[in-house]
Write a protein that binds this ligand. Structure first.
Ligand SMILES: Nc1ncnc2c1ncn2[C@@H]1O[C@H](COP(=O)(O)OP(=O)(O)OP(=O)(O)O)[C@@H](O)[C@H]1O
Length: 333
């Protein structure tokens, strides 16, 4: 018996429930996933964000049928991955961290071969290859050896190969690692287009906070094999209780006087003063700023500079994982 892929659009495109995975046995075993659960609705970029070793690749390998969990369940496009892996393989594209193209083939040959592997006729594979070369702006280089292409073009070729059979869900494992800043931004634009123009569901793993922030409609933050937070980047930042106002005092005034003046401003939830650095937390920085400036002015406290900051994903990670992202990366390095 086979199950039919979901066509209603009401089922999540990806549903992972309580995934557990341990590599190795005994004292040398590594618990890569300790109960990972999340869902992704159709047509969005879902970001799986975490430091190196958090369990991102393991999760993607399980979702894309390349590995099996010790326990837990997964459906992709409504199909149970463990029970119907062949069906899932037809519905997904997988672009691994390592290049998948053949360096001694041209861009066009790589795409056509990939099409044939997926069972397409020669004619259809050629047509689809042309479409993708055009789509990714690779047409001019199509007949040159892929090994001679730039890193950014090679990455696009890998993504195009993952799309050859028109999958519904695309897995991108660390798609911009090793790219220069310009090629990264170019790749971000391509990934966004996949969700907005092509209505693909994209699951992207990354250990770049800026990448997760700018691309993902929804984030699943993982640390040490566990999900520590989920939500849109904005929701996650707002969950920390709003903005912070940073002011540099012109003189190191008496701290209690400064604190009293700022604490009296409506909306201020917390104030710290360290040397000449004043920090106040408020739900909405722009709205609270005039009141804060007036209160400090009335108290005769002069400022050298002032700025409003929204919490960053770094702050979010620190709050939910209990350590800074950089610290977590360094532990692994
Ligand atoms: N084949 C394997 N054998 C043994 N341990 C493994 C294997 N693959 C991954 N691990 C370990 O499992 C944990 C999770 O690794 P995983 O690759 O899923 O993390 P990640 O978040 O994708 O990090 P990275 O970006 O470094 O790949 C790590 O401690 C890693 O060393």
């Amino acid at each position: 018996m086979t199950s039919t892929p979901s066509t209603t659009g009401t089922d999540p495109a990806i549903e992972a429930i309580d995934l557990v995975k341990t590599y190795g046995k005994g004292t040398k075993s590594v618990r890569a996933l300790a109960g990972v659960s999340f869902t992704a609705t159709s047509g969005i970029v879902l970001g799986l964000l975490g430091p190196n070793g958090a369990g991102k690749s393991t999760t993607v390998k399980i979702l894309s049928t390349l590995s099996t969990p010790d326990s837990g369940s997964v459906t992709v496009a409504g199909v149970d991955v463990r029970r119907h892996p062949d069906q899932v393989r037809r519905l997904i594209g997988y672009v691994s961290q390592k290049p998948a193209f053949d360096p001694i083939g041209t861009g066009r040959e790589n795409l056509e071969l990939q099409g044939r592997i997926h069972g397409m006729s020669g004619r259809n594979a050629r047509r689809r290859a042309d479409e993708l070369l055009e789509r990714f702006g690779l047409g001019e280089a199509a007949n040159r050896l892929a090994s001679k292409w730039s890193g950014g073009m090679q990455r696009k070729l890998d993504v195009a190969m993952g799309l050859i059979h028109r999958p519904r869900v695309l897995f991108l494992d660390e798609p911009t690692t090793g790219l220069d800043p310009e090629a990264r931004v170019d790749m971000w634009a391509e990934i966004s287009k996949l969700a907005t123009d092509d209505r693909l569901t994209v699951l992207l793993t990354t250990h770049y906070l800026d990448e997760a922030d700018s691309l993902a409609a929804r984030l699943v933050i993982v640390d040490r094999g566990r999900v520590v937070a989920t939500g849109s980047p904005d929701q996650l930042k707002s969950s920390l209780g709003g903005d912070s106002v940073h002011a540099e005092l012109a003189h190191a005034d008496r701290h209690d006087r400064v604190r009293r003046a700022v604490e009296a401003v409506p909306g201020v939830t917390r104030v710290t003063v360290d040397g000449t650095a004043l920090r106040a937390w408020v739900p909405d920085g722009a709205a609270a700023l005039p009141g804060m400036l007036a209160a400090l002015g009335e108290a005769g406290i002069a400022l050298a500079s002032v700025s409003v900051a929204r919490p960053s994903l770094d702050d979010v990670y620190l709050h939910y994982a209990g350590r800074s992202f950089q610290q977590a990366e360094e532990v692994r390095a």
